[in-house]
Design a protein around this ligand. Structure first.
Ligand code: SIN
Length: 304
């Protein structure tokens, strides 16, 4: 029998236990969408839900990390009111807001657009001192096919690292940069001219922020990997050149297919995800179609 050098690595079995055994809910029905994270929620009218239903929604978000609720008729005021129940909305300074609603960025792709918003794996806005803990995204107009969003469970990403690597990374910080994310490509006229989302990034908004490479979630107490290729420029105290080999290894590990789920949108769907323990990726596979979403990030604490 010929022998070959094995250049691939098989993924050992993983699971995020709440996906297999969701808690009991009385107001909501919760249907996990993969073994790693994400659940569709039915039975809720989120525009006007009572305190008991909202408490179940928060519990489901803690357990499943990303929630998808279809058939919600939410106008901008109702979406903002729901966001406020999780915490203060955090206006996003790099695009013109939806007129009359400083809390909302309208992510808009027109049929002729080349580029979409969020088309690389990331947690939101790591360049801020207190990045958003949660993001809410509402589908106003969605393509028949394409434009899905994928999510990845960063608890699993951390838990499955080798013990010696976890030791090396524990206590280490990384520098996250708005310029890396927005000026390199997104801030260029080429991209601004080829997306209908009204981006306004300029280099004087450049901002760097240190955060732990693994942050401890303030609610669950679990560690989650907290670096991404959209914002993370280097490890603190190291050059880019020294940092990149290990960062690339972590970025690749963070999006292992077994840590992910992929969600297909419909008009009227609301997605709510926890940025402290997930990453997400907006698929740009709907050329020729329109996609319009309303996005509200919700302020978090400084990651520790
Ligand atoms: C985002 O990155 O916040 C947008 C995700 C999406 O439009 O699917």
């Amino acid at each position: 029998m010929p022998t070959y050098q094995q250049t691939y690595r098989m993924q050992p079995a993983t699971a995020h236990p709440p996906q297999q055994s969701p808690a009991r809910y009385t107001r909501l029905s919760v249907h996990p969408v993969s073994g790693a994270l994400g659940a569709e929620v039915t039975g809720a009218e989120l525009g006007d839900c009572d305190a008991a239903t909202f408490a179940e929604l928060e519990r489901a978000l803690t357990d499943h990390l990303a929630l998808f609720v279809r058939d919600q008729a939410l106008d901008p005021e109702q979406q903002i009111a729901l966001a406020r129940r999780f915490g203060p909305p955090m206006p996003w300074p790099y695009a013109k807001p939806l007129p009359g609603y400083p809390e909302i960025t309208e992510l808009r792709s027109e049929p002729e657009d080349q580029y979409n918003f969020g088309g690389s794996w990331h947690q939101d806005s790591l360049n801020f001192e207190r990045p958003p803990k949660i993001t809410m995204l509402y589908g106003v107009e969605c393509p028949e096919v394409g434009g899905d969003t994928s999510f990845s469970n960063q608890y699993l990403a951390w838990d499955t690292l080798a013990e010696d690597l976890k030791e090396k990374l524990t206590g280490l910080k990384a520098v996250n940069s708005a310029a890396k994310s927005y000026s390199g490509q997104v801030g260029t006229d080429e991209v601004k001219d080829h997306t209908a989302t009204p981006l306004t990034f300029t280099l004087d908004q450049e901002q760097e922020m240190e955060h732990p490479v693994a942050q401890t979630h303030p609610v669950t107490g679990r560690k989650a990997l907290y670096v991404n290729n959209a914002f993370t420029a280097r490890f603190s105290g190291m050059s880019e050149e020294e940092s990149l080999p290990l960062l690339h290894q972590l970025w690749e590990h963070a999006i292992t297919p077994e840590f992910t789920c992929r969600f297909r949108w419909q008009k009227g769907t609301l997605a709510i995800w926890d940025n402290r323990c997930t990453m997400h990726y907006a698929h740009n596979d709907y050329a020729g179609c329109r996609r319009v979403m309303r996005r509200i990030p919700i302020e978090g604490d400084r990651p520790v």
